[in-house]
Ligand binder design. Structure first.
Ligand code: NIG
Ligand code: FE
Length: 420
């Protein structure tokens, strides 16, 4: 018999939903995962396990469902403060745009974020990350966009990187300096874009930026300004993504597709030509039902057209204090089905493979396949369609990230303490 390979761990007795392949759940009954260090070395039915295999450690999952670790591909996790008062104002009739134009909205969070120290920002963001992780999230995209100066944007991106270092989590950072006009640039949007274009290489040099995003909107930046930010990103070899057609159709999707954007996000007002441009460029459509719901929007993104055109669809939390203060990716799955009519399979693909693609990680994350990072979640459910079915329930039992099981408190509620 071969000696046990010290780096190999075998997880058996699993019902696998691999999400591998062009369609379907990729279900494997009586499945096994062989993990070598941080990677999946082998995935399949137990009876097909390589003969003579000896793993150093073995876990029997007792028939539990296993999916790839979830990927939240659009968050604004690093900020200070909250905007519950704006929620009240909106319930009394003010619109998101009214509040932004009156100096509230994103600017209010920028003021709070600038005033907070680095440790305070980290302390605020960490429990948000933990909340998402408790539901099986192993990869997280985090945008800047509440600093809006050379130094404050860098501070927020450093906090994002620190979350990735200190938590069992893969973090991808996105510069969203073109999120709103900071007060010191009032009436000088083009000058602010000039500044962003100068700042980008400095953030990149410090290793703070994996992608570049912009808010292309009447209350954000014009298509011409977005183009300048994207040109700067392209010159640095950075991929782009865009907050596009959230409140109006600005033609942002066509613009972003011209830069082969990784993703266009929101898309409630996406046109037919936007759909075609995204399909041709292979750009992922990231749907954000949390923002749609919280802003009480009524125009749904054109899901049937995206589907018909073969545009990959992802789903994300868009966690932020102004338009989506939620911290449950599973609730987003559910709402993507009830509000946007995704099928449960599309929704689950949207938080695994397609979400990984939206942040440039499709080659290494998002499915259970040999060679990919060993990120998976073990669930107390029978079928993966239940991930979109339940809401307000967290069936995540355990999480393995980069081959290592997370400490219990991340994936389980604390045990009740019996009185002595
Ligand atoms: O994705 N649309 C712009 N950005 C955020 C909201 C930011 C905020 O209101 O603080 C979003 O919805
Ligand atoms: Fe967003």
């Amino acid at each position: 018999m071969k000696p046990a390979a010290a780096s190999l761990t075998l997880w058996r007795g699993a019902r696998l939903a691999t999400l591998a392949g062009a369609g379907g759940w990729g279900l494997v009954e009586h499945g096994a995962l062989l993990v070598d260090g941080a990677r999946l070395a082998w995935v399949g039915a137990e009876r097909a396990l390589p003969a003579g295999l000896r793993a150093a450690a073995e876990h029997d999952l007792g028939g539990a469902l296993v999916t790839p670790g979830l990927v939240d591909c659009h968050t604004h996790l690093v900020y200070d403060g909250q905007r519950a008062r704006e929620f009240e104002l909106r319930l009394q009739g003010a619109s998101y745009e009214d509040i932004a134009r009156a100096g509230g909205g994103i600017r209010a969070t920028v003021a709070a974020t600038r005033a907070a120290g680095d440790d305070a920002l980290f302390a605020a963001a960490r429990p948000r990350a933990l909340a998402l992780m408790s539901e099986g999230v192993t990869t997280l995209e985090i945008k800047s966009g509440y600093g809006l100066s050379l130094d404050d944007e860098a501070r927020c991106l450093r906090v994002a990187r620190r979350l990735g270092r200190e938590l069992p989590l893969t973090v991808r950072t996105t510069s969203l300096a073109a999120h709103a006009l900071p007060p010191e640039f009032d009436g000088r949007a083009d000058d602010y874009i000039d500044a962003v274009v100068q700042w980008l290489p400095q953030w990149q040099r410090e290793g703070l930026v994996d992608a570049v995003d912009a808010f292309c909107e009447r209350i954000g930046f014009s298509t011409a300004q977005t183009r300048r930010v994207f040109d700067a990103a392209r010159a640095l070899g950075l991929p782009v993504k865009l907050h596009a057609e959230q409140l109006s159709d600005m033609g942002g999707a066509e613009l972003a597709a011209g830069y082969r954007a990784l993703s266009c996000d929101h898309l409630e007002h996406l046109s037919e030509s936007g759909v075609r441009a995204m399909a041709a460029a292979g750009t992922v459509a990231v749907l954000l039902p949390g923002a749609f719901y919280f802003l009480r929007e009524t125009k749904v993104p054109p899901v049937a057209a995206l589907r018909a055109a073969g545009v990959p669809i992802a789903v994300a939390s868009d966690h932020n204090p102004g338009s989506s203060p939620g911290l449950s990716l599973l609730l987003m799955l559910h709402m993507a089905c009830t509000l946007f009519r995704l099928t449960p399979e599309e929704a689950v693909r949207g938080v695994t493979l397609h979400a990984a693609r939206a942040i440039g990680l499709a080659g290494s994350h998002g499915t259970l396949e040999a060679g990919k990072q060993a990120d998976f979640a073990v669930w107390d459910i029978e079928h993966p369609n239940e991930l979109a079915y339940w809401f307000g329930r967290n069936p995540c039992r355990r999480v393995v990230r980069a081959g290592r099981q997370r400490a219990a408190p991340l994936s389980r509620p604390p045990e009740p303490v019996e009185p002595a």
